[in-house]
Design a protein around this ligand. Structure first.
Ligand code: E4P
Length: 222
């Protein structure tokens, strides 16, 4: 499963990229607003750090305006993926861009039929938001399961990108279901390799090794 970071913060992206296993980046208008930076400049900076897919979202909600907004974003770098909302005009724009060979990430997906339409329109990625579904008492992972089944039934090549991840358990479930990608905040990426028993075990190994080294230095008794 590919792992993307879900942020527009350059320092966080650099920290995640330093792990050597970062596959891409997702941004959204809220994440960009949090940074208070110029969107295009920040995308250029991100694309200099990460060569995997970098999702850049349009804010237009009508087909022609979406395409017009996508054009300058596509000039930034070859790894830019255009992010469109899962609404009717988003599907139309997805088809227009996909037919041109542009990679599209259909975002704000909350039910499997939106994912079916995204796949039919040739989307590169579909982004179901599991955390936001859980937040309102639903079961976000059930939607991932349903989309996996639909895509497998018809051999759609659109990749499932599990988004709005809140904790490592979402990641485990996404991987078990067969999500192609998961995008997470840095806080979750940092939790991936954490386990208290690993820390305790490592501490014990190092303490025992120190004892072995100390014994080696002591002169043998005759
Ligand atoms: C995905 O591309 C979105 O940016 C993101 O995962 C939304 O997550 P949130 O629900 O934590 O805002």
């Amino acid at each position: 499963m590919d792992i993307y970071i879900d942020t527009a913060n350059l320092d966080e992206i650099k920290q995640a990229a330093a792990l050597g296993v970062l596959d891409g980046v997702t941004t959204n208008p809220s994440l960009v607003a949090r940074e208070g930076v110029d969107f295009h400049t920040r995308l250029e900076e991100i694309c200099r750090v990460v060569d995997g897919p970098v999702s850049a979202e349009v804010v237009a909600t009508e087909h022609d305006a979406m395409i017009a907004e996508a054009e300058p974003l596509l000039q930034i770098a070859p790894n830019i993926v255009i992010k469109l909302p899962s609404i009717e005009d988003g599907v139309k724009a997805c088809k227009t861009l996909s037919d041109r060979g542009v990679r599209v990430n259909m975002t704000l997906c909350f039910q499997p039929l939106q994912a079916l339409m995204a796949a039919k329109a040739g989307a590169f990625l579909i982004s179901p938001f599991v955390g936001r579904v859980d937040d309102v008492g639903g079961d976000g992972m059930e939607i991932i399961q349903q989309i996996r089944q639909i895509y497998d039934n018809y051999q759609y090549e659109t990749k499932i990108l599990t988004a709005s991840i809140r904790h490592p358990q979402h990641l485990v479930q996404a991987a078990l279901i067969g999500s192609d990608v998961a995008t997470c905040p840095l806080s979750v990426i940092r939790q991936i390799m954490k386990h208290p028993l690993t820390d305790i075990g490592l501490e014990r190994f190092l303490a025992d090794w120190a004892k072995t080294m100390a014994q080696k230095k002591e002169p043998a008794l005759t």
